[in-house]
Every structure is written in structure tokens, then in C-alpha cells.
Design a protein. Structure first.
Length: 312
């Protein structure tokens, strides 16, 4: 497998750098940070072949442990750690997706200067009101490769008037949009509503947004969300649309095979949601799903993303 990984160029379409949560710890350039030793549902699910739920026990304690791991991974999400894992697993480019107000395009613009393999996306700064769209055009001119939306953490629906206004500006760039899909919890239950709106993550909102903006290519993160049935649901709702794509983050090889079958081999892109997902096992899942078809493997690992982003 290592020889194949060396020969096959890989773009990770879905990753983050630094702390994306409300406390926004300034960790990108710190050295020597390692995650604390704690229960890790992400690793356990990876070892199960990316099957089943992240939280296997329906208890408040299990939910809180899962949220703690999310935040701990961000607190140690340094450029040093990212570079090490990229080098170990043969990742050529990693798309870093900012989420305001914790991280902005400017943060990742600098990271790209330090590490050119980091491909910076931008996001909507809702604090700018109707000027947010103009700021996106400036970011595009400065090198933003795509636009990231996270309706849950921004607490702004995809049909929010400010989102719609910003998308009208972004359409002028001809560059893609990727949006989080899936209704997850990011903070403890007693404060989650203050900082997140889970229902805004339903994949139907992304499909409707793509329908209203046929001039923009939209990428559904996690292929619509990792809950059972979302691959089929995304395919059904987006039927007839040629501007809906998906990434493979947190998906088993069976899921990836189904994504390719239902959405098309030119619509699926490798993604990890790093630091929440690691590389080795997610690379393995794509390799299994594309075994015996080197052209398909190159499409998923590299060519589909490069066609949208024009990295090389």
C-alpha cells in the first residue's frame, strides 16, 4: 500500500487547521503539542471500518466524552502535526476550511505561505453584513480556492438572506462551495444552542441551495452526513442536478462504492475532516473501493478535486 500511496497524488478536499471552536486556541504554529490520553470514539470507529455511530452508548457521559475529544483534537491541531501525518501518508495537498469567527481566510492565507501544500478556502464573515460578499471577492483575488459554509457553527441557514447575498457575489468567481452536512452536537447540551444550530446541517438545505444556484458547484461534506441512509437521500434529492458533489470523510469503502454508483465517479472526492479523521485508514477505504480501477482511484484521490480547484 505504501508504494501505491507514493505513486498516487492525493488531495484532501476537507480538513481544518487550528482550533475551529468558540475558544479558538491559537495553536497553528505551536510545537510539540500532543492530544491528551482520553477515550477516542473517532479512532474506535475507524478501527470498525467506519461503520456504525460515533457514540455507541446513549448516555450524557458518552456524549460529553465525544465533545471533549472534538475539542481536544482541535487544541492540538498544529501545522507541525498536520505536516507529519501528510508526510507519513503521502498527502500532496490539504484543503484547509476556516470557520468564522474562530479562523478566517487570513489565517489560512498565511499558513499557505508557510506550507504551500495547505490550500486555503474562505468563509462568510457575517459580521460584515451586506459587505460580506465583497469580502469574499477580495479573498478570491488573494488566493481563496473555494468557499466553506458551516451553517451549524455560524448559526446561519443556507437560505439566510445574508448567505444568499454572499453566494451571489461568490458566483462571480466560478469557484466551488462546500458545506457541512449532518446534524451534530459540538458543545455540551446546556450551551450548545448558544453556539450552534444543529438543524441547519440537514442535507436537504444544501441540495435546495444548489438548485437555486446552478452556476455554483456544491460539495456535500461527508456525502450528506454520516447517518444511515444519507447517501441514498442525497442522491435522490439531487437527482437531475449536475452541480452536486460529495467528499468521502468518515465513510467506509462500502459507502464510497455506493456514493460512486449513485452520484457518479466524477463527483466524489477524497476527504478526511482532519484532525477529526486521520489519514491512513481513510486512504485505505478509498483504495479498497477503487481496487482494480486506477482511473477511478485517480479521480477520487486527485483529479475530481483538482478539476474544481485548479491546484496544478
Amino acid at each position: 500500500m505504501e508504494d501505491i500511496m507514493k505513486d498516487q497524488p492525493i488531495i484532501d478536499f476537507h480538513a481544518h487547521l487550528g482550533d475551529i471552536f468558540k475558544d479558538a486556541h491559537n495553536v497553528i504554529y505551536k510545537l510539540g503539542l500532543k492530544p491528551a490520553d482520553m477515550p477516542d470514539p473517532f479512532t474506535v470507529r475507524e478501527e470498525r471500518g467506519f461503520k456504525g455511530p460515533f457514540i455507541t452508548e446513549d448516555t450524557d457521559e458518552a456524549l460529553r466524552e465525544f465533545i471533549d475529544v472534538n475539542h481536544e483534537r482541535c487544541r492540538t491541531n498544529t501545522l507541525e502535526n498536520m505536516q507529519r501525518e501528510m508526510d507519513e501518508c503521502g498527502i500532496d495537498y490539504i484543503c484547509v476550511l476556516p470557520i468564522m469567527p474562530a479562523l478566517s481566510f487570513e489565517d489560512y492565507e498565511v499558513a499557505h505561505m508557510v506550507e504551500p501544500r495547505c490550500i486555503p478556502f474562505t468563509c462568510i464573515d457575517y459580521r460584515l453584513g451586506k459587505d460580506a460578499g465583497k469580502k469574499l471577492l477580495e479573498d478570491s483575488e488573494k488566493g481563496a480556492y473555494a468557499l466553506k459554509l458551516h451553517p451549524i457553527l455560524s448559526k446561519r441557514a443556507l437560505d439566510d438572506p445574508l448567505t444568499e447575498e454572499a453566494l451571489r457575489y461568490w458566483a462571480e468567481t466560478g469557484k466551488p462551495v462546500t458545506s457541512h452536512c449532518g446534524a451534530g452536537m459540538y458543545y455540551y447540551p446546556e450551551i450548545n444552542d448558544q453556539y450552534a444550530t444543529p438543524e441547519f446541517g440537514d442535507l436537504a438545505h444544501l441540495v435546495e441551495c444548489a438548485r437555486k444556484h446552478p452556476e455554483i458547484n456544491f460539495v456535500a461534506a461527508h456525502c450528506g452526513g454520516t447517518a444511515a441512509g444519507n447517501i441514498e437521500r442525497l442522491a435522490k434529492l439531487s437527482q437531475g442536478l449536475d452541480n452536486v458533489y460529495a467528499d468521502t470523510s468518515f465513510r467506509s469503502h462500502e459507502d464510497i462504492e455506493l456514493m460512486i454508483e449513485l452520484l457518479g465517479r466524477e463527483r466524489i472526492m477524497f476527504g478526511t475532516d482532519y484532525p477529526f479523521g486521520s489519514y491512513k485508514r481513510q486512504v485505505e477505504q478509498v483504495m479498497i473501493a477503487t481496487e482494480g480501477d486506477p482511473k477511478l482511484r485517480n479521480l477520487v484521490f486527485f483529479e475530481n478535486a483538482n478539476r474544481l480547484l485548479h491546484i496544478v
